[in-house]
Structure formats: structure tokens, C-alpha cells
Design a protein around this ligand. Structure first.
Ligand code: NAD
Length: 370
């Protein structure tokens, strides 16, 4: 007789503020149902971060919360922030919790898939959009957001004779190790997808971008199955609109990725559909969260679309728990729910067979269709 035992994964759940707890609650129920079907167990630890943590502990992220996250297999986050904390000083705002979690968990790569579901094609601002399925791999802990910055008073003049006055500067600096680490991540994801990698930079102007290209060319032979191409960021932003379905994996720096991932997200119709993941070193907990914020304007109304959180949970299963079957099951159920016509107000479209849905209806139907 064979011994059967179930693995129990530890998941830290940070609902956060506004619609965060509503959408994570839906995602947790879907995770439980999918895990049940696939024969593994989940242990959830509910934690506070953001505004609700300020209310209870006086700070947006406590050391205890961070430690609990470090001791988990993965973190599922809703969203943080809201009007209530708008007057809190900048260094104590709810959003500081995100920076604290990223730094504290060593999350250096941010993954933002942009998938246009056929059923939502008419919600895309692109005419005749179809077959869009791309992944942006963004470096998250280096580059201009973390480089030297400051201000100084200059006594120089411009060519028209006016005095320069105050000069502010921010520095883009990347080490070989940081670049190799994120490029390898890009190659690995391309290997698991359609084997196409686009390295996006500004190598015609920036020295740091030229180093990205050199390193990409050195790493490429390790992944002979992957076709690599290079695009300047300005051209890439045009091509994302012009031929979005040609892209598979895009790998890029912190700031370029920040901008391009929002652009790519919009192509897919609604912010309520966009999941994301932030990963660190292999074996360390990743953090999964919808791209949207806490949407205080609709919190408590039942209008929040939980699909981005549910799709983030699918990413968590795939990339932190290696439970691809459960991830596929969830993604497929989301497609079926869209196909059946259920739409929250953010993706509502007119037409036959459209059923106006609230957060709970989406949760129940995703679970039913697993
Ligand atoms: P937001 O994403 O919260 O909302 C923008 C608009 O999209 C709103 O009209 C909102 O109702 C709608 N929306 C967002 N998510 C939705 C969903 N799941 N279903 C239906 N509609 C949805 O952005 P914002 O209004 O700029 O920010 C609100 C708060 O969230 C701010 O405090 C901001 O700092 C914070 N924020 C947090 C995160 C995060 O926690 N990762 C990200 C962005 C913004």
C-alpha cells in the first residue's frame, strides 16, 4: 500500500485597503477550490500592510509582517492606499509597504503578462485586436529609481543667457550582475513560452543600455532555441500599438518596464484583468498582486473585478508552487466565465448574452467552472 500525503504550502495573504480585501478573498476561495481538486493543501496566514497597518500599528509595514512573508512559500497581495491616508507624510504612506515588501523579500523581477481574452477584444483600444499574449519582465530593484539623485545650484547659463538655477539629477546605473540576472530571467520565461525575447533599451544614447546589449549577446548562445531581437524603447512603445501580437517576452530596465507595462496593460481592455508577480532568488517567496490599486471609489460596492487577483493566484500556483495544473485550471475557468458573458462594470460591453456581474458572482462562477 502506498503512503499518500499532501503537501501544505504556506501562503501569506495581505488584503490591504479599499477593494484589496474583496478581491483577495475571491482569489483565496478560488485557490482553495483549485488546490482541493488537484490534491494539495494550502495554509493561509492573513496579514496587514498599508493603511490598515497604519491604523493598527502606526506604520505601513511591521517587521513581524515582513518576517511572516519571508517564512511563506508565496505572498498574495490585494492593494494598499486610499483617501483616508492622503495626508500622512510621504515616508509613512500606505504605499511604502510595497517598497518595504519588495526590498525585504529581495524581489528583483517584475512580471506583467498582457493577454487579450477574445471575449474582451471590443474593450481594447486597438482596432481588430486579437492574439495578444505577451509578458513584460521588468528589472525592479536597480536603475534610475535607485541611482544617485539630488539637486544643486548651478552658476552656469543657457545659450540664451538665462541662468540655470537649480539642477536636479537622477542616475541610471546598472551592474553586470543585475543585468545578467534579469536577462537570464527573460530567456528562461521565453523558453517556457514561444521562444521569442525582445530586449528593450535606449542603446543609441545610454551607456547602461549598451552594456545590456553586450550582456544579452553573451548570454544568448546559452539559449539557442530563443530568438532574440533588440528594440529601442521609443520604437517598442510604437510597435506595441502597431503589432502587439508579435511580442512574446520583453525584458527591460526598471523605468522602461514601468512605462511599457502600463501601455501593454491598456491594450488588453481593463485594469481589472491584469495580474502581476514579483520574484526574487529561486526558492524565495514571490509576491503576486493585481496591477490595479485599492480603488476607494468602488470599495464596498461589490463592483470590484476580482479577475486580476484570481489570475495573480494562478501565477502564484505556477511560479512559486510549481502547480501548473491548478494554474491552468484557474486560467481556463476565467476564460469560461468571460465566454459565458459575465462582466463586472469595468469590462461591461453591450451585446447579446452579457450578464452584469458583481465580485461574488465572478468568484462563484470561476469556482463552478474549475
Ligand atoms: P486604482 O487602480 O485604484 O483605480 C483606478 C480606476 O480603476 C478607478 O476608477 C477604479 O474604480 C478602477 N478599478 C481599479 N481596479 C478595479 C477593479 N479590480 N475592478 C473594477 N474597477 C477597478 O488607481 P488610483 O485610483 O490611482 O489609486 C487608488 C489608491 O490605490 C491610491 O491610494 C494609490 O496610491 C493606490 N495604489 C495602490 C497600488 C498597489 O497597492 N499596488 C497600485 C496603484 C495604486
Amino acid at each position: 500500500m502506498s503512503l499518500r500525503y499532501k503537501i501544505a504550502y504556506k501562503i501569506a495573504v495581505i488584503g490591504g485597503d479599499g477593494i484589496g480585501p474583496e478581491v483577495t478573498s475571491a482569489a483565496v476561495d478560488v485557490m482553495k477550490a483549485a488546490a482541493d481538486k488537484c490534491g494539495f493543501e494550502l495554509e493561509f496566514k492573513y496579514l496587514k500592510a498599508g493603511g490598515c497597518s497604519i491604523d493598527e500599528f502606526g506604520i505601513p509595514l511591521t517587521e513581524e509582517t515582513l518576517e511572516e512573508c519571508r517564512n511563506s512559500d508565496a505572498v498574495l497581495l490585494g492593494a494598499v492606499g486610499g483617501y483616508k491616508w492622503d495626508s500622512v507624510p510621504a515616508d509613512k504612506r500606505p504605499e511604502r509597504a510595497l517598497l518595504g515588501l519588495r526590498a525585504g523579500l529581495g524581489l528583483y523581477s517584475n512580471l506583467r503578462p498582457a493577454i487579450l481574452f477574445d471575449e474582451l477584444a471590443d474593450a481594447s483600444p486597438i482596432k481588430n485586436a486579437k492574439n495578444i499574449d505577451l509578458l513584460i519582465v521588468r528589472e525592479l530593484t536597480g536603475g534610475i529609481y535607485f541611482g544617485d539623485h539630488g539637486r544643486y545650484e548651478s552658476d552656469e547659463c543657457l545659450s540664451d543667457g538665462s541662468e540655470k538655477g537649480i539642477v536636479a539629477y537622477d542616475t541610471e546605473a546598472y551592474s553586470e550582475a543585475e543585468i545578467s540576472r534579469i536577462l537570464r530571467e527573460g530567456f528562461r520565461f521565453a523558453m517556457g513560452r514561444r521562444h521569442k525575447l525582445t530586449v528593450v533599451d535606449k542603446a543609441n544614447v545610454l551607456e547602461s543600455s549598451r552594456l545590456w546589449r553586450e550582456i544579452a549577446a553573451k548570454i544568448a548562445p546559452e539559449f539557442p532555441e530563443v530568438t532574440v531581437d533588440y528594440l529601442y524603447v521609443d520604437n517598442c512603445s510604437m510597435q506595441l500599438i502597431n503589432r502587439p501580437s508579435d511580442f512574446d517576452v520583453i525584458v527591460t530596465s526598471n523605468m522602461f518596464g514601468d512605462i511599457l507595462s502600463d501601455e501593454a496593460g491598456m491594450i488588453t481592455g481593463s485594469i481589472g484583468m491584469l495580474p502581476s508577480a514579483s520574484l526574487g532568488a529561486p526558492g524565495k517567496p514571490g509576491m503576486y498582486e493585481p496591477v490595479h490599486g485599492s480603488a476607494p471609489d468602488i470599495a464596498g460596492s461589490g463592483k470590484a473585478n476580482p479577475m486580476a487577483a484570481i489570475l495573480s493566484a494562478a501565477m502564484l500556483f505556477r511560479w512559486s508552487l510549481d502547480q501548473a495544473e491548478a494554474a491552468d485550471m484557474i486560467e481556463n475557468a476565467v476564460r469560461q466565465v468571460l465566454k459565458a458573458g459575465y462582466r463586472t462594470p469595468d469590462i461591461i460591453s453591450s451585446g447579446e448574452g452579457i450578464i452584469e456581474a458583481d465580485t461574488d458572482m465572478i468568484r462563484e462562477n470561476v469556482i463552478k467552472l474549475l
